[in-house]
Design a protein around this ligand. Sequence first.
Ligand SMILES: C[S@@+](CC[C@H](N)C(=O)[O-])C[C@H]1O[C@@H](n2cnc3c(N)ncnc32)[C@H](O)[C@@H]1O
Length: 312
Amino acid sequence: MPYQHVPVMTKEVIFHLNPKAGQIIVDGTLGGGGHAKEIIPGIAPNGILIGIDLDQDAIEHHQLADHPNSFQFHLFQGNFIHLPDYLKKLNIPKVNGILLDLGISFHQLEFSGRGFSFRKDEPLDMRMDIRESVRAEDLVNDLDEKALVNIFREYGEERYSRPIAKQIVKSRKKERIQSSRQLSEIITSVVRPAGAASRRIHPATRVFMALRIAVNRELENLATLLDRVPDLLTSGGRLCVISFHSLEDRIVKKRFKALEKPCTCPPDFPTCVCGRLGSLRILTKKPIRPGPEEIRTNPMARSAKLRAAERR
Ligand SMILES: C[S@@+](CC[C@H](N)C(=O)[O-])C[C@H]1O[C@@H](n2cnc3c(N)ncnc32)[C@H](O)[C@@H]1O
């Protein structure tokens, strides 16, 4: 089956990534290659595209195989935090651009069969990389109630974290929770009477998102890569990050700021006297959001925020 995903804010990504002929660009979250497809005409001829994805489905079914432009294409199934190792393998010291389009693809949600969607009855897996050992089923059945509350609260910002976790623990005593339908029904048994009617989203949305983030260590991966970016970009090289979650965006915003102004002056100094200049220059003072037309035609774009920065 062809990989199905509509890339978000493609024009804005290309504008800020600004790919040029012969450049080396990394798409750290290749997915179906929708963004990458638009990057290729910019770097052709002789450019190099490095595509990375955790998910074997993306590696096998991306849409770049028959791309007519001349460019070198290197593909890695793995975590973008390992970009330094992949570059070493290719003997490439630095790159001109890095794109991260975080989160989950439409394909993973709808067709992976791995329980990402509360609307389906699938094994409760949620691993983007199936070589990893911990599945959502393991978290839901093995963590204690407090740890579940923390995950739902921290990653899902779920108001009903406590009663949901309590119900999960009660239910799993009777029967192991193994499917997305089972978990979704447990959540709706708790949330529906109290608050579902007033919510715009399905009651299971936040818990499913929280579990996915925990299973794939999404926030840790993002923070790790951002720390490594200054050493990986050439001077003038660009970094674009699309996030879909307020916690992700907060990490990007904070890290960008810290890398732009690594000031070491005491906090009570009225102005900076250390004069330390950071390694990045922020290109987007505020995050860029998709326009109403894009949100109308692609609901997955709804919460997207794009931030970009340039290596000094
Ligand atoms: C929103 S989709 C990207 C869609 C892609 N831009 C396109 O145009 O089709 C996010 C992708 O990133 C992958 N992913 C998430 N975290 C990752 C990580 N730490 N390292 C590598 N890939 C990751 C997911 O498996 C998923 O395929």
